[in-house]
Design a protein around this ligand. Structure first.
Ligand SMILES: NC(=O)c1ccc[n+]([C@@H]2O[C@H](COP(=O)([O-])OP(=O)(O)OC[C@H]3O[C@@H](n4cnc5c(N)ncnc54)[C@H](OP(=O)(O)O)[C@@H]3O)[C@@H](O)[C@H]2O)c1
Length: 232
């Protein structure tokens, strides 16, 4: 029970990597706060997880994020772990990507992560402890074509993670960026025919969730800023 008595707030918990991380963290004894926009999907996930509670929350709406975090802190007194897994991918080359596509990805993948970190940070600083795990992407390490808006938003999220790591390491808070390669989740549904990638060649969500757990368990003294995981 590596997360006994810990309160873990997971964004993007209705699907894919966030959902699997929630299941794994629950097995490790954490109290799980599941968040995403779609409350019906969240309820379904909540039913299958021990000691979980869900809140519908759009991470681009800072008031919604702040309100959910206030409720959690009021009820449980703290957030020990924040996992920023919520994200979207709209792939396409520069000539096809619209301004709206670009802005939406930056708003969700970058500004959404910022909103969630801002909402928990004062309480973590006051407690002199906490762990923040940001789910980035291997695209930041090895950018391929058709990733204009996704890559830009994720480079931003990686920069955010690294800078917050430096800001918080003297305050007892560990901040780690996890860089997964292609992982078998619904995010790929619209693109499977266009990219010559099969689901079989992708990472399994359970492997990525294990890495996120590893990241969440790092101590601030370890001073680890990033962890990568790629398909073989
Ligand atoms: N799958 C991959 O190959 C892969 C590889 C590297 C990194 N990643 C990253 O891993 C993270 C999770 O991706 P995934 O593959 O698990 O995707 P997914 O299965 O599509 O799940 C995405 C999650 O994000 C939530 N979400 C999206 N927009 C949101 C918003 N504005 N506010 C709150 N929640 C929002 C979705 O729920 P709602 O729509 O209900 O809000 C859903 O729960 C993303 O950051 C992605 O970039 C994925």
């Amino acid at each position: 029970m590596k997360l006994k008595n810990k309160v873990a707030l997971i964004t993007g918990a209705s699907s894919g990597i966030g959902k699997e991380t929630a299941k794994l963290f629950s097995k490790e004894g954490a109290k799980i706060i599941l968040t995403a926009r779609d409350s019906d999907k969240l309820k379904q996930v909540e039913e299958g997880i021990k000691d979980a509670e869900s809140f519908s929350m759009d991470i681009t709406d800072k008031k919604e994020v702040d309100d959910v975090v206030k409720k959690i802190i009021h009820k449980y007194g703290k957030v020990d772990v924040l996992v920023n897994s919520a994200g979207i991918a709209r792939w396409g080359p520069i000539q096809d990507i619209t301004h709206e596509d670009f802005e939406e990805q930056v708003k969700i993948n970058l500004i959404g992560s910022f909103n969630c970190i801002k909402a928990v940070v004062s309480s973590m600083i006051a407690n002199k402890s906490g762990s923040i795990v940001n789910v980035i992407t291997s695209t930041v390490k090895n950018t391929k074509a058709n990733r204009v808006a996704y890559a830009a938003s994720k480079y931003g999220q990686a920069g955010l993670s690294n800078a917050v790591h430096e800001d918080l390491k003297e305050k007892g808070i560990s901040v780690v960026a996890v860089y997964p390669g292609k992982t078998d989740t619904p995010i790929h549904d619209p693109y499977l025919d266009k990219n010559d990638t099969s689901r079989e060649s992708m990472l399994k969500v359970s492997d990525v969730a294990e890495k996120i757990l590893e990241a969440a368990l790092l101590k601030v003294e370890d001073d680890v800023k990033e962890i990568s995981i790629n398909p073989r």
